[in-house]
Every structure is written in C-alpha cells, then in structure tokens.
Write a protein that binds this ligand. Structure first.
Ligand SMILES: Cc1cc2nc3c(=O)[nH]c(=O)nc-3n(C[C@H](O)[C@H](O)[C@H](O)COP(=O)(O)OP(=O)(O)OC[C@H]3O[C@@H](n4cnc5c(N)ncnc54)[C@H](O)[C@@H]3O)c2cc1C
Length: 487
C-alpha cells in the first residue's frame, strides 16, 4: 500500500484575500498541511461572460497574495475543477476542502454539485461558508436586513500569515501551473488585496468629497467614485472590511456622500442575495410575463454589432460602449443607459447583451449584473420602467463633450452642441463647414422617438396585465425586503 500524505485544501473562488476569510482560518486551525489553490477552468473561462480582463485580475490578485505571504504559497492551476480534485484524491489523503459558497453562474453551480458528489463519494467533507452576508436557501427576506447588519458589524477575521507560511504545501501539480504572464494594461484596474485597500483608503479620505457630483458623470466618476467594485467582486476586499474601514478612518466629505456610499454597500449584498435566491435571472426574465416580449424581439446582428462596437450613431452611447470595452469600467448611470438603449431602443433580446456586457466589466458580479440588466431592460414588473433619453443624458452628464471626444475621436471636429446629436446639423451646415466624421453614422441606426414610444407601449402594456402583477407580487414577497417596497 502506498503512503498518502494528509492534506487540507483551501479553494479560492471569488475571495482572493488572506484576511476576513473563514475557510482559510478553519484550514489553518487543523495545524496540518494546506494546499492553497485557485483554478483557471478552461470550460468556464474560455467564453463569455468571462474575458481575459478577469483572468488578469485574478493573476494580479494571486501574485499579491504570494507577495504578502513572502513566498509562493497560492497556486493558480489551469485545470477543470473535477479533474483537479480527482488527482488530489489519487495522490493524497484529502482530509477536508474549505471554500466560500459562490453565488456564481449556472455553470459554476453545476460544477460545484459535481465536486460535492465526488468528495462525498470519498467521504471528504467540503466545508463551505456563506459569503458576504448572502445566505443560501433563504425562503424570504423578512429578517435579512437585520441579519446583514449583524454580520457586517462583527470585526473582520484576522489571518496569521506565519501559520500560512508554516503549513502551505509546495505545488504538487507543476504541469498545471498557469504559466502565462501579463504586461501591465494601460486602463484595466489591477487586482490584489493590497491595491484594493489603497484604492478604498484614497476614496474614503479624499476622493469621496466629489462623490455626489461625480457619480452620474462618465468622466468624473472614474475618480470621484470609489472604484472598489472589482476588488469586491473578486473578493480582494470583503464587504465587512469595507464597512469597518468606513467606520475606522476619518472620513472626508459630507455626511451625504458618506451615507450614499454606505447605502451602496448594502445594495451590493441585497442584489447578490436576490440572485442567490433566484438564479434563473441569468437565463430568463424574472417576471415571466415579459418572456413573451423578449421572445418576440427579432435578432439583428447589425444592430448588435453597432451597439457593441460603438457605431449606433448616438455619440454618448457609442462613447460608453467603446470606453467599457477598452477600460473595463463604466459608472452606474451609463451602464443603465447602454442597457436601456440595447433592450428598449434597439429592441434586442436581453440575454446576448447581458453576456457581452458582463465580459467587458472587470467587476463582473453575476448577482448584481443580471438583476440590474433585467431591471434596466424594464423586465421585472416591480420597478419603475426607465427608458433613458440618451440625448438628455449627453447634455446633462457630458456637457462639454469631453468624454465623447475621448472615445469618438472622429467627432472631435464637431462643435457643441452638435457633438451631442450630429443628425440635427442642417445639411447646408455640413456642406459649408466640411466637417469630416469618417465612417461614423450621420444618423442613429434607429429613429429614437418612435423606438422609445414602441418600447414604452410594449413594456407598460405588459406591466398592466394581471399576469405581470401577480408575478410582481411573488417577486416582492420572495426577493425584496418587505420594509423597502421597491428594490
Ligand atoms: C446593467 C448594470 C450592470 C451592473 N453590473 C455590475 C457588476 O457586474 N458588478 C458590480 O460590482 N456592479 C455592477 N453594477 C452596479 C454599479 O454600476 C457598479 O457597482 C458601480 O458602477 C461600480 O463603481 P464603484 O465601485 O466606483 O461604485 P461606488 O458608487 O463607489 O459604490 C461602492 C460599491 O457599492 C456597490 N454598488 C454601487 N452601486 C450599486 C448598485 N446599483 N447595485 C448594487 N451594488 C452597487 C458596488 O459594489 C460598488 O463597488 C451594474 C449596474 C448596472 C446598471
């Protein structure tokens, strides 16, 4: 009989940090060898909603973990999860696996079920912890808010890095090592807990002063908002660490700005909890009365490509789409506007748009993304239907056209106010001024006012039906905190 070494496995999922990490703490408490791993699973990562920008972020995050540990102790392995665990079981006596529960996409849920069956068949316990105050198997939201406050109020857990160094196992699977390295990217946010802490600190102590005035603006938000979203989405920071940091440091800015930020931390968990309780958000309208509307939409590849590539002829929408593809970030209002444009003006089926946009956000968080995408498409029957006017947004949020000019250089020569709506320029003026906008469309690819009216008639029409109201009631009961009527 061959001797098998005892090991414990910590599986990093969307929780790339050392501290405030119950699975790590528990594995270290065993006092035995621990294998720390993160998996790059080709079947998952090679397609949307994932993208190379997410892979980079993880790669940075793992390097940061190792820098903090003072040596390589966390391994990034390119292998399917099931294959990894099978090999571990073949080579070691696996005493337990430790991880957070992942509120992920359908594919990760199925994968977790397969891993659970495998471990179960070998009598290996998989110790999983709820993540960020989000609970699995919740039947209603009556006590959710109180429980969430109780959760975030507890001090974040500390991890003893000396114990990590002492117990970490050398990499037993060198051949799976994710060997690709990445040059720094000019725009994408870099991952890592250390960076996340710095970004948060600079926000709370200085940048927060401009929060309210920047939050809706595509350009100002890039500095005036916290920009911690990818660090939260990939777990470089826990929501509890952010919550406590906001209490501990001397906050700059007005009470209003501070409250607005802290409210959003609660929203983060609230949306992820909705998705945890109703993961069908990823695949179909949460209010099934809207399924027929979505099914009646006709796929139009040209419209989709124009939206994706930023050539719809509506400058602010196009600037946003080019910016997010290049940088991985857009502020909330601009995200909502590009979704409204896609689902309502272009009248395209929601799922392909949601998948593409997710692949562009470095902070892709399934729980926030799919719920928000449906909400901004007007598909819930619960929320106020918002059909954003992209021209008004352009004048309001980018009055000098700086953001538009940055991302649509072909429009640089157009003076204000024409930059916001080139189609309103009289033909005689085009002739006299000889403005050259290259191949950029002189007119939007859809007529904005009739597209808006069509979407409004359709969406309000369904919202009034008995079926929609009934479903809306069920959604409110199951997924929304009863004290806050709308979400
Ligand atoms: C269609 C659509 C898709 C979105 N997809 C994502 C996503 O995949 N991942 C993601 O993190 N956010 C998503 N958001 C929410 C929001 O746009 C981003 O959280 C925010 O822009 C991130 O920037 P920030 O960190 O500077 O935010 P701040 O304004 O500084 O807010 C701090 C944190 O609060 C949370 N937060 C802020 N706004 C919201 C909100 N409306 N709902 C829930 N949580 C919020 C985020 O974790 C954010 O990092 C989406 C919004 C829309 C309309």
């Amino acid at each position: 009989m061959t001797f098998k070494r005892d090991i414990h496995i910590v599986w990093f999922k969307r929780d790339f940090r050392w501290h405030d990490h119950a699975p790590i703490r528990s594995a270290l408490a065993s006092g035995e060898n621990v294998l720390f791993v993160a998996l790059y699973e080709p079947s998952l990562w090679n397609e949307q909603p994932y993208d190379e920008r997410h892979e980079r972020f993880l790669w940075d995050s793992i390097r940061d973990l190792n820098e903090i540990a003072g040596k390589e102790v966390v391994y990034f392995l390119k292998v399917e999860a099931l294959e990894f665990f099978k090999r571990c079981l073949d080579n070691f006596r696996v005493k337990a696996v430790y991880s957070h529960r992942e509120t992920g996409i359908g594919k990760t849920f199925v994968r977790d079920k397969d891993v659970a069956s495998l471990l179960n068949a070998h009598d290996v316990s998989w110790n999983e912890w709820d993540y960020g105050g989000v609970k699995r198997g919740l039947k209603h939201r009556r006590n959710w808010l109180k429980d969430w406050y109780d959760y975030v109020d507890v001090a974040p857990l500390h991890t003893d890095i000396n114990a990590v160094q002492a117990l970490a196992l050398p990499n037993p699977f060198e051949s799976w090592q994710h060997s690709q390295s990445f040059e720094p990217h000019p725009y994408f946010q870099k991952g890592g807990a250390s960076r996340g802490e710095r970004v948060l600190y600079s926000f709370l102590t200085e940048r927060i002063k401009r929060y309210a005035q920047s939050i809706s603006k595509p350009l100002a938000s890039r500095k005036g908002c916290s920009r911690i979203s990818p660090h939260l989405a990939w777990g470089n920071l826990s929501i509890r660490q952010v919550w406590h940091m906001a209490e501990v440091v001397e906050l700059a800015g007005s009470k209003r700005n501070q409250r607005a930020f802290v409210d959003r931390l609660r929203w983060q968990a609230h949306f992820i909890q909705k998705f945890e309780s109703a993961c069908s958000y990823e695949f179909r309208p949460i209010n099934s009365a809207y399924t027929a509307i979505d099914a009646s939409k006709i796929w139009d590849q040209q419209k989709f490509d124009a939206w994706k590539n930023g050539t719809t002829g509506v400058p602010l929408v196009d600037a946003c789409m080019r910016c997010v593809a290049a940088t991985g970030y857009l502020n909330f209002r601009m995200r909502a506007m590009v979704v409204s444009f896609y689902s309502q003006y272009l009248w395209l089926p929601w799922e392909a748009g949601a998948r593409y946009l997710a692949s562009t956000f470095t902070d892709f968080e399934p729980g926030i993304h799919y719920t928000q995408f449906q909400m901004q498409s007007g598909y819930t029957g619960v929320n106020t239907i918002r059909i954003y006017n992209p021209i008004k947004q352009s004048f309001d949020q980018d009055p000098k056209g700086e953001f538009i000019k940055q991302w649509l250089p072909e429009l640089k020569g157009l003076p204000l106010p024409h930059l916001h709506e080139p189609w309103a320029i009289p033909p005689m003026m085009w002739e006299m001024e000889q403005w050259n906008i290259g191949a950029y469309p002189k007119h939007p690819i859809v007529d904005l006012s009739s597209a808006r009216k069509h979407a409004s008639d359709q969406l309000y029409g369904i919202k009034k039906t008995k079926a929609s109201k009934l479903e809306a009631q069920l959604i409110l009961e199951k997924l929304v905190n009863p004290r806050a009527k709308k979400s």
